[in-house]
Design a protein around this ligand. Structure first.
Ligand code: PLP
Length: 388
């Protein structure tokens, strides 16, 4: 099996698994308890907080552990709404994840808020001029702009957008779920107020995430109760998950140090995949090719070849990828991300997402290229376009 759907979820890293296992076993105490049994558990949570803060280049007290990316995105948005009830305007982008989009839609439909959705250019990035024009001083509560897109890997100009939001008095939230461990994130001295991470997107298990809360801002918690996480997220800590996301952050940081030294093995394999497929098949286009992208993601389409048929054939060859044209709740609506980039329904239906991880090997990519070329040839044969 060749797993190339790492933007959906990633396999657990062996080092992460090893780090978390004792906390499913002997180290079971509640970290808030007063006896000695709880001490190593408390220390492990503190260490994980340091590891995540090191990955994000921020202070340890700015890290709040959550249940995942969805909770972190919702908590950031709902905090802004509660903190500034008089500000009823939100700005976001048409290509955001549902965890942001649907939460904002709720505010619009149930709370009477106004939401401005910025479009994207053909390469998937927003126009900062458009953002500047959308901001309303004294009225805009929050700007939500993801760091990297889950379907295309396109990276947004988050630092510049955050500075714009702050200078207009608005808060700024970024969903960095698809960026963690792939591109550097440096929060110190910047203008990002809240940021979301999800453990299972960078080799920790599902059900654990992080919300960064800049210490300069106030925060209104979504969950209240036992006062854990400095009163910002109540509930007994998911200790094993927290230890795991801490170790995943440390592994991600180590990987990024290697990238900074000039070698990104993931980008090398992704680029090889795109180059080989482009050389061996006619009519291949990479969506967002002109923009900065996360090194692991390839959103690509083969002219005249339906992605759904490709997925079935690739699955037969043991290759897991996903279609770029999401099929939400049974309706075959085209992906808003691709639509925002100006792709029509036929192009969206041809789009496949291939997403690697730092565990992907060169041999797997070679085999995946062969399978991809074979599958596209089969679809073209059946469609009467002939093989190439
Ligand atoms: N944000 C982005 C960009 C994502 O890709 C995902 C997961 O698909 C989420 C948020 C939600 O994260 P989680 O699955 O941890 O709730």
């Amino acid at each position: 099996m060749i797993y190339l759907d790492n933007n959906a979820t990633t396999p657990l890293d062996a080092e992460v698994r090893e780090a978390m296992l004792p906390f499913l076993d002997g180290h079971f105490a509640n970290p808030s308890s007063g006896y000695g049994l709880a001490r190593p558990v408390r220390r492990a949570v503190a260490r994980a907080r340091e590891q995540v803060a090191e990955l994000l280049d921020c202070e340890v007290e700015e890290i709040v552990f959550t249940s995942g990316g969805t909770e972190s995105d919702n908590a950031a948005i709902l905090s802004a709404r509660r903190l500034f009830p008089e500000r009823d305007h939100f700005v976001t982008c048409a290509a955001e994840h549902d965890a942001v989009t649907r939460c904002l839609r709720e505010l619009e439909e149930r709370d009477g808020c106004r939401v401005t959705r910025l479009g994207t250019r053909r390469d998937g990035t927003i126009d900062l001029g458009e953002l500047q024009s959308a901001l309303v001083p004294g009225r805009t509560s929050l700007v939500c702009l993801m760091q990297a897109n889950n379907e295309t890997g396109v990276v947004q100009p988050v630092a510049e957008a955050a500075a714009m939001a702050e200078s207009c008095g608005a808060l700024f939230h970024t969903d960095a779920v698809q960026a963690a461990g792939k591109v550097p994130i440096r929060l110190r001295g910047g203008h990002v107020h809240t940021l979301a991470l999800s453990g299972h997107k960078f080799h920790a298990p599902k059900g654990v995430g992080v919300l960064y809360v800049n210490r300069r801002i106030a925060f209104a918690p979504m969950l209240t109760g036992g006062g854990q996480e400095g009163g910002r997220r109540a509930g007994t800590e998911n200790v094993a998950g927290i230890v795991a996301i801490g170790m995943a952050a440390a592994c991600g940081r180590r990987h990024l140090e290697q990238v900074a030294a000039g070698h990104d093995p993931v980008a090398v394999l992704r680029d090889e995949f795109e180059r080989e497929v482009g050389a061996r098949l006619a009519g291949v286009t990479v969506n967002g090719a002109g923009a900065e992208r996360t090194p692991n993601t390839s959103s690509l389409r083969v002219a005249g070849v339906e992605a759904a048929a490709m997925m079935v054939l690739l699955d037969q060859r043991g290759v897991c990828v996903s279609a770029g044209s999401a099929c939400h709740t049974g309706t075959h609506a085209i992906s808003p991300v691709l639509a925002a980039m100006g792709l029509g329904a036929p192009e969206a239906r041809e789009t496949l997402r291939v997403s690697l991880s730092r565990l992907t090997t060169a041999a797997e990519i070679r085999e995946a290229v062969d399978a991809f070329v074979w599958a596209a040839g089969r679809v073209r044969e059946v469609m009467g376009q002939g093989p190439r």
